[in-house]
Design a protein. Structure first.
Length: 619
């Protein structure tokens, strides 16, 4: 059978399979599997709530993830294991009371932790989790000036000059750090034996002139009257409460919700207060029961998965009038945002109209989810006036989020002041700002070039194109922030540039194609290590993954008018391995600390690429 015919048959099989997997409300629901951090924190919280029986499924899954070396890794090929993850699980297993220090799996983990330098070498978030439970000393001289919360929104030092992800986690963290808050409701075995030598080493010793300027501004705020500091706590509390979603979570993130619960306790709230009880209920709604036990998703990916699958199915020639697509689009229409969120600070004249990642998200839309939803709704918008109005609002919102430099970031506009990268925190360069990125910019450009070229000024399109061309790596790739990693960014950039008329013989395109073909594996597939995101250079895996193979192939298909050997070999790999869930994370949350196994990706992206192959090389 010809390759083309095999691809068509595989598409039919996958369309049928997805029909059976769609929920009644029109969604597709897959596990958003992150790092052990959320499960570990949930164990601590459940101990505090005296819900010991609910701990057991989390313990079962965490112990199943321990490697033969007795450590925990965030991805299969992580060299030497992950210190922070191992400490988190070690502490959580002790807190569960189901394991003791003397148990075999604990002794092996303890040896690794000691060899790696103990808690002092762990990530800031790990130290914070332990400090909350009296297992690690807070930094002794740290005190954040609470009058900071009264700075005008447009101040160069305003909290709105850092990313919303950083902001929503930092506010509750600051409260707990200032108050040196420690939970005293539960007794946890002492961890002093693995703390390490420098017990208070929380911050890097940066001495830059920019950091000194930030410190001097902070000292001015500290000198303000005590009453202002007291009111600052009230302002910080109000900040959190105003951003609680309907399900009780903070910004729909489990991690931020945990921090908020501890901050509210530090401010005097009862663990049984309605606010905290609803937050706990919201967290429990995120639990996904895996074959090995319970996992707490940090932020379920329902909108993202549903929008992209609906679009992939339409690309695979499923009509927008098909009941499956209609159900998905009705769900998406209900999830379009109508409320103003923090994004409004930097785009004050822009009305709502975006989409968020999680179905309970109503105030924190992002550019990637918005274009994903718009792709799914495009065909229907041409025939239905109500859908067209929603589509127009989404278009208007995404246009209004273009940065000054011509690119697009994830959540907010022009949050890219480099001086904040001098803050001496772990992962500052990855979490503090929300700058234009190749993956988001490329995907926005691909959407407009393919589906809505008449809706955007050609000058603005060219600004986006030029931003991508300026930010290509020397080897021909682009760095993707939200996927792993250079393959992801290169796919997004190439498809975005090609959709806007950049010729296939343009030097940037030719360079990208050479790079993609150079890194192709012998089995025809592509694979990239999560280490790439940490080291900021391409690192291959010894194996291929379906999603990364699909990204690379989709980029090559947009360039080549006829099939090449690379494309044919890649398609054969996809036919043999796609729709098999190779359990390797290809999503990035925080490099080195939080990676994502999207359980939808092994179906979603191969289907999209197979559909584009059939369209491009139609026999």
């Amino acid at each position: 059978m010809l390759l083309y015919d095999k691809v068509k048959n595989e598409i039919e099989r996958q369309v049928t399979a997805l029909r059976t997997m769609q929920q009644r409300d029109g969604t597709w629901r897959f596990c958003f599997e992150g790092s052990p951090l959320t499960d570990c924190t949930m164990i601590f919280l459940l101990r505090m709530l005296r819900k010991e029986k609910e701990i057991e499924p989390f313990v079962a899954r965490l112990t199943s993830l321990q490697t033969n070396e007795g450590i925990w890794k965030l991805y299969e090929d992580e060299p030497n294991g992950n210190l922070s993850a191992t400490i988190q699980v070690y502490a959580a297993l002790l807190a569960s009371l189901q394991y003791k220090k003397e148990d075999r799996i604990m002794r092996r983990a303890e040896q690794f932790i000691r060899e790696q330098g103990g808690i002092t070498n762990a990530h800031f978030m790990t130290k914070f989790m332990l400090a909350l439970h009296g297992q690690c000393n807070y930094p002794p001289f740290f005190h954040f000036p609470m009058p900071f919360f009264f700075l005008p929104d447009q101040s160069p030092f305003s909290m709105y000059e850092v990313s919303n992800t950083a902001r929503i986690h930092f506010v509750p963290t600051i409260i707990c750090l200032n108050k040196k808050f420690v939970v005293d409701e539960i007794d946890i075995p002492d961890l002093n034996h693995i703390v390490g030598v420098n017990k208070t080493n929380w911050f890097h010793s940066k001495r830059s002139s920019v950091w000194q300027t930030i410190l001097s501004e902070g000292k001015k705020l500290i000198s303000y009257p005590y009453t202002l500091h007291h009111k600052g706590y009230k302002a910080a509390e109000r900040f959190m409460l105003e951003r609680i979603e309907g399900n009780g979570t903070l910004y729909t993130y489990a991690s931020a919700t945990f921090y908020m619960i501890y901050a509210l306790l530090a401010l005097g709230h009862s663990i049984h207060s309605p606010i905290i009880e609803k937050s706990v209920s919201g967290l429990q709604s995120y639990i996904w029961n895996t074959k090995n036990g319970a996992h707490l998703q940090n932020s379920p990916s329902t909108v993202w998965d549903t929008a992209l699958l609906s679009y992939a199915l339409q690309e695979a020639n499923v009509s927008e009038d098909d009941a499956m697509i209609e159900r998905a689009n009705r769900f998406l229409l209900k999830k379009q945002h109508t409320s103003y969120g923090d994004w409004h600070v930097h785009a004050p004249a822009l009305p709502p109209g975006g989409w968020g990642f999680t179905e309970t998200n109503t105030i924190a839309p992002d550019c990637d989810d918005t274009t994903a939803a718009l792709r799914s709704l495009t065909s229907m918008a041409k025939k239905d006036k109500k859908v067209k109005r929603a589509w127009d609002k989404g278009i208007h919102w995404i246009l209004g989020m273009q940065n000054k430099d011509g690119g697009w970031g994830a959540f907010e506009k022009n949050v890219d002041k480099h001086m904040f990268l001098h803050i001496p925190l772990d992962s500052a360069e990855d979490i503090i700002l929300d700058p234009s990125t190749p993956d988001i910019t490329g995907r926005v450009l691909e959407f407009f070039g393919t589906h809505a070229s008449n809706e955007i000024n050609s000058y603005d399109l060219q600004r986006g194109v030029q931003w991508l061309l300026r930010n290509q790596e020397q080897n021909g790739s682009w760095y993707g922030k939200w996927g792993v990693c250079y393959i992801y960014g290169t796919w997004a950039a190439v498809t975005g540039l090609r959709a806007n008329g950049l010729p296939k013989n343009h030097p940037a395109i030719e360079k990208a194609v050479r790079w993609l073909e150079m890194i192709q594996h012998r089995d025809g597939g592509w694979g990239e290590s999560c280490r790439s995101s940490k080291e900021k250079r391409f690192i291959s895996t010894s194996f291929s993954t379906p999603s990364q193979t699909a990204w690379a192939l989709d980029a090559l298909i947009t360039v080549n008018d006829t099939e090449t050997a690379s494309i044919q070999n890649g398609m054969n790999y996809l036919l043999e391995h796609s729709f098999h869930n190779i359990e390797y994370p290809t999503g990035t949350g925080l490099p080195g600390e939080f990676y994502i196994r999207y359980h939808s990706y092994h179906r979603l992206f191969p289907l999209l690429t197979l559909a584009h192959y059939v369209k491009k090389y139609k026999k």
